[in-house]
Design a protein around this ligand. Structure first.
Ligand code: HEM
Length: 459
């Protein structure tokens, strides 16, 4: 079927077409079976805006960059986070920067923003490389012993440690295992609850609900410890946690209470580690599958670093390393789908979008549209040369979203990813164990299945 063109919208909004689905449940069953396949088919068959029912909710999938700019930037006030998915996140992180809205969000965003300024992030480079160096020791040991590593697990532990130390000034190494396990339970259950539209909170005495409550409790305990430690020695260390703790409301002089602080710390831990870790995990898969780009990466690392560890000053010169990361984020954007609630009737790309419905957007789909990405499945870091970037519409590529709710940690993540990759790829080539095939596992983020078991080979 020919996709309708988004350009020159007719005077009266058109009614979008879409997959029919079943009575009562709509497309729920197909989404549960294979969410990525369903998203791709829906966009290919129905064009820039598709219409369907997700359970009882009337929904639209908006995939064209023009429509995304409208939803995320130009008419952002009409597209809120009063979406079912965020009510589930709120059960985990409460009202933190990702889930809050309106004045509360704006105040917190302004408060947090200085912690993510370029100069501050650069100051964290040394710590990022040091933490990566510790993982390198484990990889050297694995190389000697011939034991496989689980690369996803390694990347998760590393990025969690980095967020803990760099942003929160806390050593979370002792708790990494417990925290990761708890996040996994919450992540899996959040997705399952979303796909089955299970709205009741996890209060039942079932094993399933108990596992949710236990995981939540574990995280809250760790975060409470981080805050209590800091309360004992309340000093300005210039990190994000100091900023949150010392900030006073301009009018009332009030400071954030512990409950609110817990939500913000948990939000940063959650948003700041799993995303970067999944992106890096895919980088290793893609490098193994694409010897040309892998060699180009090694050549750049040899010429820029010549065997020494990278610093913040090297980052602007690690141009190809960054492109590898950008291209991995195109093919496997960690946040592959998200939703917004529509306040009032609107027109998007010439199509009617009714108030009260949901809009779904998917970097995974848009970043594979052949119109903007020729031969979309091919891994080609050279898609990110400055001229090629300038030739594409902004929202053809948006792994960090865009507009006011754009990821606050994007520069942090890109610097961290570049440094981790440069440090490890200089010395090692992880190689997937025989018989393992990486496929995307669509949970809250998009990770490779089975935690990516790999043997560590030397460069
Ligand atoms: C490759 C890594 C990352 C990716 C792909 C990513 C992606 C995203 C996306 C798509 C959003 C929008 C979510 C929404 O509207 O529901 C977001 C928001 C956010 N991210 Fe990231 N993120 C990454 C790394 C980080 C890091 C390292 C941090 C913190 C250290 C972070 C903190 C946040 C926060 C706090 C928000 C909410 C911002 C707001 O609404 O004001 N992220 N991220």
């Amino acid at each position: 079927m020919d996709a309708p063109s988004p350009s020159s919208p007719p005077a009266a909004p058109r009614i979008a077409t879409g997959p029919r689905g079943l009575p009562l449940i709509g497309v729920l069953r197909d989404v549960r079976k294979d969410v990525l396949g369903w998203l791709m088919r829906t966009a290919t068959e129905h064009g820039p805006v598709a219409r369907y029912r997700f359970g009882p909710a009337r929904s639209y999938l908006v995939t064209h960059p023009e429509g995304l700019k409208h939803v995320l930037q130009d008419h952002v006030k009409n597209y809120t986070k009063d979406h079912f998915s965020y009510s589930l996140f709120r059960r985990v992180v409460g009202d933190g920067l990702i889930t809050s809205q309106g004045e509360t969000w704006l105040k917190q965003r302004r408060l947090a923003q200085p912690a993510f300024h370029r100069a501050r992030i650069s100051a964290m480079a040394e710590q990022m490389v040091r933490a990566t160096g510790d993982l390198a020791e484990h990889w050297s040991e694995a190389q000697r012993s011939g034991e496989p590593r689980h690369v996803v697990r390694d990347m998760m532990a590393l990025t969690l440690r980095i967020v803990g130390e760099a942003l929160l000034g806390t050593d979370v190494r002792a708790e990494v295992q417990a925290v990761s396990a708890a996040f996994n339970v919450l992540s899996e259950q959040t997705v399952e609850r979303f796909r089955s539209m299970r709205i009741i909170p996890p209060v039942l005495p079932t094993a399933y609900d108990r596992a949710f409550r236990r995981a939540n409790h574990t995280l809250r305990e760790v975060v409470a410890r981080v805050i209590a430690e800091r309360r004992q020695r309340l000093e300005d260390r210039g990190d994000l946690l100091s900023m949150f703790m010392l900030a006073r409301d301009e009018e009332t002089g009030e400071q954030m209470d512990d409950a609110h602080l817990e939500n913000e710390v948990l939000t940063m831990m959650l948003a700041g580690h799993e995303t970067t870790a999944t992106a890096l995990s895919w980088v290793w898969v893609l490098l193994e599958q694409n010897p040309g780009p892998e060699q180009a990466l090694h050549a750049e690392l040899a010429s820029v670093l010549g065997g020494r560890l990278p610093t913040a000053d090297d980052v602007p010169r690690l141009v190809y390393t960054r492109r590898v990361l950008d291209e991995a984020l195109r093919l496997y954007p960690p946040v592959y789908v998200l939703g917004r609630k529509v306040l009032e009737d609107d027109t998007v790309c010439g199509y009617q979008v009714l108030g009260g419905s949901s809009v779904d957007i998917s970097p995974y789909v848009t970043q594979r549209l052949p119109e903007f990405w020729p031969d979309p499945e091919r891994f080609d870091p050279d898609r990110f040369t400055p001229d090629k970037i300038a030739a594409r519409p902004k929202y053809a590529y948006f792994p960090f979203l865009g507009g006011p709710r754009q990821c606050i940690g994007n520069n942090f993540a890109l610097m961290e990813g570049t440094l981790i990759l440069a440090t490890l790829a200089q010395r090692y080539r992880p190689r997937m164990v025989a018989g393992y095939t990486p496929t995307p596992e669509p949970l809250v983020t998009l990770r490779p299945t089975g935690e990516l078991p790999a043997m560590i080979s030397p460069r």
